[in-house]
Design a binder for this molecule. Structure first.
Ligand SMILES: [Zn+2]
Length: 78
């Protein structure tokens, strides 16, 4: 009788260990896929500040942190 109880405890232990491993494996995979979705950073040509591509002002392939710096950069060149 005792061996039967121990056998079931062992089966339950294996079952829970496998469930736990499957869950952590899934979590790791989700965490690894996140950096791929992160945004590219663009350096401002005027002040060198790095801003996300969606927030940057990009003119002729040159990135700026704001419309003000884009204007100032053009003013400096002329
Ligand atoms: Zn700037």
């Amino acid at each position: 009788m005792r061996t039967l109880i121990l056998f079931f405890l062992l089966l339950a232990g294996i079952y829970f260990a496998r469930r736990l491993l499957a869950r952590t494996g899934e979590g790791l995979r989700r965490r690894q896929s996140r950096p791929a979705a992160s945004e590219r950073m663009v350096a401002c040509a005027h002040c060198g500040l790095h801003v996300p591509e969606s927030e940057a002002v990009i003119v002729d392939g040159v990135g700026f942190c704001s419309a003000e710096h884009r204007r100032l950069h053009q003013y400096d060149r002329t």
